[in-house]
Design a protein around this ligand. Structure first.
Ligand code: MOS
Length: 729
């Protein structure tokens, strides 16, 4: 029986009392040896099932229109080709995490250049790819806008407001009114998307690279028109997601359809180019930020309007102003959004959707306001931290933003900051910049099962580990709660037959699946207390031994028959009464070449408070990774499409520039200011994954402005843009 728990009130901080000493420690990943030895079962590396065929997705090469004819016969004549499949269920938009909401498209409809229109199946991957590339397709083309620059077809959402922005703006003594752009981004996960499908009667088993198995199971069932009970998904190892694997993708749907049709297992592996063409991107943005203040630096007016893009039927819109709505207070706040409907690869969640690009503009505008006020940007931020959520009046659950700002400034040596544009080393101009960091925190319904026999425990949940460390932290939670050494705990993940958890997305995985694991283990503690005859409160479990009320026993002798406990958690009243978010502060020092416009990040510091830290090592890696993505946002990442037909031009990692080693300074520091978020969940944690990127790019952009004395409004700060920002010399 599953215990159900709703987060309606703060819970005791049990993990601070257990005393096994595992929680929070920088424990190595239990799955590390498998990964470095190449034995971890990533989808495409998994041993091929008997009789497996290979599918390769064919992309549309027009922006919008109709497929008139596919030369199936010609392709069938090529060596090794088994089938060329077109199916309306396959060309459906790969909507992410929105099961049943994406309309099934006619098989012949083309909505964007790169859309999958067919699957070539062959006896080898090479034969399938060769035939797909030689496949002749006839189209009827329609006119389509392929970028927001050439469409007026937009949808206007209701503005979000608090107070009277116009009145506050009109009476502001000092104002800035600024426009920014950011380009489209690719998630750029290291592992390209892959799926292996195999049918057994009317049930399909799909091995895939997916972030949210519980939802993906339903999405695949809906895509195929079958019941969810007929689908099993296996996704034990995922080589990065960054949002691109949140929802079921075309590779999975196509593999399932082909496998059923051919009566044999089918594997579909995307090439890097397929991923850029077919997998959702982050929208480009145009942002308009207006800030008003009194002369002594009290912010009075905040407005952040944005324009993003997506396909016609897609419901997602990059939530650009998300953090702008709760970082600082003002008398009047206003936020609007418009969505340009264009023929381009669908836009969706990519690494901190909203904050990753919204904060670059917003925090750069805050910096510029500080300049105009003649204030230190650190002081301006500290002066304007609101008491409560400025939009809805909720109190913050736990917020150490002020501590992050002041401790960060001290550690970074912010005091030594010089006048903008005044320091040089040879041809290099040197500058320091900073930004607040914020990423809101949520709890998503999650279940987990814990089994204990003697002093061996097993954790089972369909939670995924996308490189983040789920295997490590769920192990640590169970080990801590049951008084076991981590090598006595096994964690089984990524199987839809296991209790359904949140999956990995929106930084909610560790808190959600972790809380479910905690609650299941807590249930086992109650059972052990009963067995030795003490109260639950009196029970101590340490080093495989149970103690309480002057009784004690070794678990190995006490738990001779397996104890199984399952628990499920979901958000409740605390989410309504309090606003929970991770907070932090980023600092960057850069050198800007006066002649080439090249920017070098010389050092970076992130100080973050994000609830209880479950594993100091994996948490640090998450935070560092986010900050590195921030460097990419500020300096290099720039997905380019052809202005005629919208085809993605930067289709590989040679042309789409994520930061490489040479772009990242050796001096990257992360400091955690630990806290307990009592309103978040029973383990007092908050999301970590995306906080590192949120604001990091702004710190770099602000440092560039400080170095050169000139502002950048079109992100990334490519060398030509940096040089032109200098003006004519
Ligand atoms: Mo995240 S962009 O919700 O994987």
């Amino acid at each position: 029986m599953t215990d159900r728990f709703t987060m309606d009130e703060p819970q005791p901080r049990l993990l601070d009392e257990t005393g096994q000493g595992v929680i929070g420690t920088p424990m190595d990943r239990p799955d590390g040896p498998q990964k470095v030895s190449g034995t971890a079962g990533y989808t495409a590396d998994h041993p091929a099932p008997e009789g497996m065929a290979h599918g390769y997705l064919v992309r549309a090469t027009i922006a919008r229109g109709k497929v008139l004819k596919i030369d199936r016969e010609g392709a069938m004549g090529l060596e090794g080709v088994l089938d060329v499949i077109t199916d309306p269920r396959m060309t459906r938009n790969p909507a992410q995490g929105m099961a049943g909401e994406a309309p099934v498209q006619p098989a012949d409809a083309v909505h964007y250049h790169g859309q999958p229109i067919a699957l070539v199946v062959a006896s080898t991957f090479e034969a399938a790819r060769d035939a797909a590339q030689r496949l002749s397709v006839e189209y009827e083309t329609e006119d389509a806008a392929v970028s927001p620059g050439n469409t007026r077809d937009t949808e206007v959402d209701d503005p979000e407001t608090a107070g009277d922005f116009d009145a506050a703006w009109d009476s502001s003594e000092v104002t800035v009114d600024l426009n920014y752009t950011t380009p489209s981004h690719a998630a750029a996960a290291m592992e390209p998307h892959a799926a292996v499908a195999q049918w057994n009667g009317d049930a399909v088993e799909l091995r895939g690279s997916l972030q949210m198995v519980r939802f993906n199971k339903k999405e695949l069932a809906d895509s195929l028109g079958i019941d969810a009970s007929q689908v099993r998904i296996l996704s034990p190892f995922v080589g990065g997601g960054f949002g691109s694997k949140l929802g079921i993708g075309p590779e999975a749907v196509a593999a399932a359809i082909a496998s059923q049709k051919l009566g044999r297992p089918v594997r579909v592996v995307m090439t890097r180019q397929n991923v850029f063409d077919m997998i959702l991107r982050r929208s480009e943005t145009a942002q308009h930020v207006r800030l008003g203040a009194t002369r002594d630096g009290r912010i009075t007016a905040i407005s952040h309007d944005d324009r993003v893009s997506n396909l016609d039927e897609e419901g997602f819109a990059e939530p650009v102003s998300q953090a702008s709505q709760f970082l600082y207070g003002a008398d009047g706040l206003s936020f609007t959004q418009t969505v340009a409907r264009i023929a381009a690869t669908p836009a969706g969640s990519v690494r901190a959707p909203g904050e990753a690009v919204g904060m670059v503009a917003f925090e750069a505008a805050i910096d510029e306001l500080a300049d105009k006020l003649g204030m230190d940007p650190l002081d301006l931020r500290l002066k304007n931290l609101p008491e409560k959520h400025p939009m809805d009046g909720r109190p913050y659950s736990a917020r150490r933003l002020a501590d992050c700002l002041t401790e960060g400034a001290e550690l970074f040596g912010w005091d030594a900051r010089w006048e903008a544009g005044s320091r040089r080393e040879g041809d290099w101009l040197i500058g320091m910049g900073m930004s607040s960091a914020a990423r809101s925190n949520v709890l998503v319904k999650s279940a987990a099962r814990v089994r204990l026999t003697g002093d061996r425990a097993i954790v089972e949940t369909d939670m995924t580990d996308i490189g983040t460390g789920s295997y490590a932290i769920l192990n640590q939670i169970a080990a801590e709660m049951l008084g076991l050494s981590p090598d006595r705990v096994e964690v089984r993940l990524g199987d839809s037959d296991l209790p359904g958890a949140s999956g990995s997305g929106g930084s909610f995985g560790a808190s959600s699946a972790g809380s479910a694991t905690f609650l299941a283990a807590k249930k086992i503690r109650a059972e052990i207390a009963r067995k030795i005859g003490c109260s639950e409160e009196a029970l101590t479990l340490q080093k495989g031994r149970a103690r309480g009320d002057n009784r004690e026993a070794d678990l190995s002798g006490l738990v001779t028959e397996e104890i199984v406990a399952e628990a499920e958690i979901e958000g409740g009243k605390t989410a309504e009464s309090h606003f929970s978010s991770g907070f932090g502060a980023h600092f960057a020092e850069v050198a800007v070449n006066e002649w080439t416009g090249e920017v070098r990040v010389r050092r970076m510091l992130g100080v973050m408070s994000m609830g209880r830290i479950l594993n100091e090592k994996t948490a640090r890696s998450q935070a560092l990774g986010g900050m590195i993505w921030g460097i990419g946002t500020a300096l290099t990442e720039d997905m380019q499409s052809d202005s005629r037909d919208g085809h993605v031009v930067t289709r590989d990692l040679a042309n789409y520039h994520v930061p490489s080693h040479a772009d990242v300074p050796g001096d990257m520091q992360v400091v955690f200011l630990e806290e307990r978020d009592d309103w978040a969940n029973p383990i007092q944690t908050k999301g970590i994954g995306e906080l590192g990127i949120s604001g990091a790019g702004a710190a770099v952009i602000n440092a560039i402005s400080h170095a050169s004395g000139h502002r950048i409004y079109d992100i990334p700060a490519l060398p030509d843009r940096v040089i032109s920002s200098f003006g004519v010399k």
